[in-house]
Design a protein around this ligand. Sequence first.
Ligand SMILES: Cc1cc2nc3c(=O)[nH]c(=O)nc-3n(C[C@H](O)[C@H](O)[C@H](O)COP(=O)(O)OP(=O)(O)OC[C@H]3O[C@@H](n4cnc5c(N)ncnc54)[C@H](O)[C@@H]3O)c2cc1C
Length: 334
Amino acid sequence: MQTDPPRSVYALIPITPVMTTADYAPLGVARAVAQRCGGSARAVLIGDAPDAIEHACRLGLDAVWVIPPTAGPLQPHQIAEMLADALSSYEAGHYTNDSLFLVAAGSVGEEIAGRLAAKLKAVPLGKCKHFAFDPEGRMSVQRNAFGGRLEMTLDCHEGPFVAAVRKSDEDSAPEIPDTVDTAVHHLPYREPKQTAYDILTQPRAEEHAGLEGARLVVSGGRGMGNDTGFTALYELAARLGGAVGGSLPAIDAGWAPVARQVGQSGKYVSPEIYLAIGISGTPQHMAGIDPHTKIIAINKDPDAAIFKMAHIGVVADWQELLPALTHELDKTGH
Ligand SMILES: Cc1cc2nc3c(=O)[nH]c(=O)nc-3n(C[C@H](O)[C@H](O)[C@H](O)COP(=O)(O)OP(=O)(O)OC[C@H]3O[C@@H](n4cnc5c(N)ncnc54)[C@H](O)[C@@H]3O)c2cc1C
């Protein structure tokens, strides 16, 4: 469906020292959505971005604008400010009322989305998927509610719109056009506005890897029995290069810090693999795991609900299985 002027779909990506595939999700979604509506797919990147530029060119985005890196790390409000400046001054193309701005889902991305929507007087849609268009070019999107138990369809009439996206269906199979020559524009350096207040960065209180951006999460539930069980999880996670998570009962019992709770009232994680040990698989817990994540479940109850959602299920007592797994890792030098 061709709109007039063509709808522009922007992937907005701040570059950080450690980028994951989830951080690049807006590029694939922008490409796929623009393809479906006959619009143009664009990207605005902040930072030292050769990998992101290459990624955007590979996906056949129509244009990429690069804002040079700043001296230090940026706060979400500074990123929103820089994006809003670049977009409003028409340096990054000409956006219209039906333009769609996409950021990567996650705590930082969603803060940027909210702040950017306020600055551009755009409509914040939240975390969305399945962007679709009717014959008049109006957009509808789907959004989860109540921890993923309800799905809402939002009809979007007048924008521009800002949405947070994950590696979603749109990302999985955009058709890559072979004729598009991505135009890469370099924007002048912008000094981020100074914050009106000092931001103190506290070093993490623990030395273990954090959940954010982890490619593997080793998560324990009430079935771990006690905090000694979690010591085994930390060791396993460290050996496999992952991070430890936990269900609410495990966190409530004090076996791991609150920052590691996964689920409806905890964190949303999108690793490639989620190893769930002694976790029954309640909707409140599963609401914190990205649908694209592969779940491996270890549970001694063959009827545990998690086996219905797991890609690999092992019926076993973790106290027997983990030592055997550790033994195998020893043999392979991990
Ligand atoms: C509003 C609300 C918000 C909530 N938010 C969250 C949330 O964010 N995150 C969350 O996790 N929960 C949340 N909950 C709680 C949720 O409903 C469940 O109580 C919780 O997820 C259950 O955690 P669990 O799977 O660890 O425990 P259980 O359901 O008790 O499951 C323990 C599992 O361990 C297995 N097991 C026991 N011993 C072993 C062993 N030796 N080896 C292998 N397996 C073993 C058992 O078979 C069982 O399946 C929320 C609830 C409410 C009402």
